[in-house]
Ligand binder design. Structure first.
Ligand code: WTA
Length: 658
């Protein structure tokens, strides 16, 4: 199938700034193919730039694919790399984390700005590591869950855990008690770190209340540490819950906890993410490979230097924040900006005011954010000086050329590099991107560019053969890469099935893509049942499971529908139990159930009532058909449908709404 929509395959932009790294396309391809051919040696040379306690014996153990192990025999520690090295160098007094809170004073400036130098970070990480080790008796291999707002304690706890080899799982604060409980239980976390609350759009997010509810069904959790953020009163359970300031206050300022000498292939963290079917999967990342990929991409993609103020606007609850707010920039000794709240609150120019206030030089943001800024109009942007910005990238979903163009003109002054980096929770770090810090090829608005050095990606058809150029196919990665998952936590079979079985020997990403005649990749969106709402990854399964928890709902199908700002939004088609009648009130109740079960992040945009859903004869709901009706695409082959009238039902419900 040829792509029917117009992509600016031919349009090329050469940024004036950063053009010193410019190479032509064929030169890039030649260098790239060398690194791919020699990928073990190539990645070994990158890895050798990190500091290892003990060098590896084998670059890649591929004896049990797809369970690859990188840098086997090597000993390393992510907390040491991100903190100790810099705190013991001339970077000691350099700002590591530059944070601002949401509440503002009467002049509109943030009431709180915290600047933690590498020395401050070192002290805090050591004290927290001491607390976890000596007071909570946590040791290598234990797991903890972190459910915090965007405050400096979040990276501090991550780094303290990493120091001890304690595996952490960060749960995004937009997830509900149920979602949190499921993750805690799957990870068998012994301790939960949370806050009394967090600020978002002028309101307090009641994190502690959500934790209390989650912990009603989490037998493994013995302790809770509560960071005081908002200072409002929350319930504290005797014996289980302690305030962070109270448990940390007796720990001396200068304690030192030796970083564990961990194996390269030991787990660093588990991050839950939505998949095609079933409950969220716990993606497990290693240390040595992961750090190697982050080190490489921080330099090649972000061109990071010591005088940069680097800002990734993601939330640490998602992988982008793990890799590119915490571990990536800190490993490089950079200054990483963190903010609490929203980019457009209390005013639509919060984001540009952050750029101006802190002289941000590198900006990593999302297409949804840019489209939201566009909606407010350029006057908000022009109120501020953004001339310090020298490089921009976006991530999370395909970027439409209009949004890219708007941002490039307004903040990029039509002269700086601006790319769209493709990767996913599973890949650990960026895989397909322009490389302004290494070899830059002419940029094209909307494209992702080419696979980074050492990574062999391709677009293949249903038979796993390379697709014709400009034909839509599936994105695959053909070689193991550092940063790849170790497995799905406690479910290795699922890891094999989901990623390595569709096309044997290749990693199946689950995205549609095209390759143009120049060899540029254009990632078009998910080929499966994952929905990207504002760049946040949600599974139809989780939403549908939540919908049918409502007592009036018998069956539900959720599909992602294109939205001009959010990229995609979920629509729900619902079959009610007999005796139930559709009503506004029922719709509201059903939406409330979804919010409770999944969290405020799961905003189902519309609910449609139908008497039957398109299903196969074996009873599987055909979301593909539902989606085709709503997006007015070809419905395609429906001969396997149990009842073709169901398609008309969906059509009718949708038409009536319009
Ligand atoms: C999508 C986020 C197009 C893609 C880092 C992928 C993108 C999913 C891009 C992973 C991009 C991410 N262009 N699509 N630049 N970046 N995606 O796990 O569908 O939250 O499979 O990781 O986001 O989402 P995840």
């Amino acid at each position: 199938m040829s792509v029917s929509w117009a992509l600016p395959f031919e349009q090329k932009i050469i940024p004036k700034k950063g053009a010193s790294k410019l190479v032509d396309i064929n030169t890039y391809k030649e260098i790239h193919s060398q690194t791919v051919k020699e990928y073990r040696n190539f990645w070994a040379s990158v890895a050798s730039e990190l500091e290892w306690f003990k060098p590896w014996e084998k670059v890649l153990d591929d004896s049990n694919p797809p369970f690859y192990k990188w840098f086997v025999g090597g000993e390393i520690n992510a907390s040491y790399l991100a903190v100790d090295r810099h705190a013991k160098s001339w970077r000691k007094n350099k700002v590591a984390i530059l944070w601002e809170g949401e509440p503002v004073d009467e002049r509109g400036n943030p009431k709180e700005v915290r600047k933690l130098t590498y020395h401050d970070l070192y002290k805090e990480v050591n004290r927290v590591a001491y607390l976890l080790k000596e007071k909570y008796k946590l040791k290598k291999g234990d797991t903890i869950a972190i459910y915090l707002p965007m405050i400096p304690e979040l990276p501090i706890f991550m780094l303290a855990a990493a120091r001890l080899g304690v595996v952490f799982t960060v749960v995004f604060s937009g997830f509900s008690a149920d979602a949190l409980a499921n993750r805690i239980n799957d990870a068998e976390a012994k301790l939960v770190v949370t806050a009394d609350g967090g600020w978002r759009r002028g309101k307090i997010v009641e994190l502690k209340q959500i934790v209390d509810k989650a912990l009603e069904k989490t037998p493994t959790v013995k302790d809770v540490i509560v960071v005081r953020r908002t200072g409002h009163k929350v319930n504290m359970m005797e014996g289980r819950d302690k305030y962070f300031d109270e448990v940390i206050k007796d720990i001396p300022q200068n304690v030192y906890v030796e970083p564990e000498r961990l194996k390269s292939e030991d787990p660093l963290y588990i991050l839950y993410t939505s998949g095609t079917t079933g409950k969220p999967k716990g993606i497990v990342h290693d240390i040595g490979g992961y750090e190697t990929l982050l080190h490489a991409t921080m330099r090649w993609v972000f061109d990071i230097r010591d005088d940069d103020i680097y800002w990734c606007t993601a939330d640490i609850g998602w992988v982008t924040g793990h890799s590119y707010i915490v571990f990536g920039p800190l490993t490089e000794g950079a200054t990483t900006v963190m903010y609490e709240g929203a980019l457009d609150y209390p005013q639509p120019d919060r984001w540009v005011s952050i750029i101006e206030r802190h002289s941000v030089t590198i900006l990593y943001t999302s297409p949804t954010a840019i489209r939201t800024f566009m909606k407010f109009g350029e006057e908000w942007v022009k109120k501020h000086d953004t001339s310090t910005v020298r490089l921009i990238h976006s991530v999370g979903e395909p970027i439409n050329p209009e949004a890219q163009d708007w941002m490039w003109k307004l903040v990029g002054r039509e002269e700086i590099p601006f790319g769209s980096t493709w990767w996913m929770t599973e890949t650990g770090g960026i895989m397909i991107s322009h490389l302004p810090g290494l070899y830059l090829i002419p940029m094209k608005p909307g494209t992702n560019g080419m696979p980074i050095m050492g990574v062999e990606a391709d677009v293949v058809n249903d038979d796993g053969k390379p697709s014709n150029l400009e034909d839509r196919g599936y994105l695959v990665i053909k070689n193991p890469w550092p940063g790849m998952p170790l497995t799905i936590y406690k479910d290795p079979e699922r890891y094999v099935k989901v990623y390595w079985s569709k096309f044997p020997g290749m990693f199946y990403a689950g995205d549609y893509a095209v390759k143009d005649r120049d060899g540029y990749f254009w990632i078009l969106g998910r080929a499966d049942e994952v929905i990207k709402v504002s760049g946040h990854r949600l599974g139809t399964y989780e939403l549908e499971s939540a919908l049918i928890e409502h007592p009036a709902v018998a069956e539900a199908a959720v599909v992602g529908v294109p939205d001009p700002v959010k990229g995609e939004v979920p629509y729900a088609f619902v079959v009610l139990r007999s005796g139930q009648t559709p009503s506004q009130q029922l719709t509201q109740e059903i939406l409330k159930t979804v919010r409770e079960k999944v969290g405020p992040i799961a905003v189902v945009d519309k609910v449609f009532f139908v008497s039957k859903l398109p299903k196969t004869r074996s009873g599987k709901i055909m979301r593909r058909v539902v989606k085709a009706v709503v997006t007015k695409a070809e419905v395609g082959d429906i001969t396997t449908l149990e009842d073709e009238a169901s398609v008309d039902e969906v059509k009718k419900a949708y038409e009536e709404f319009k």
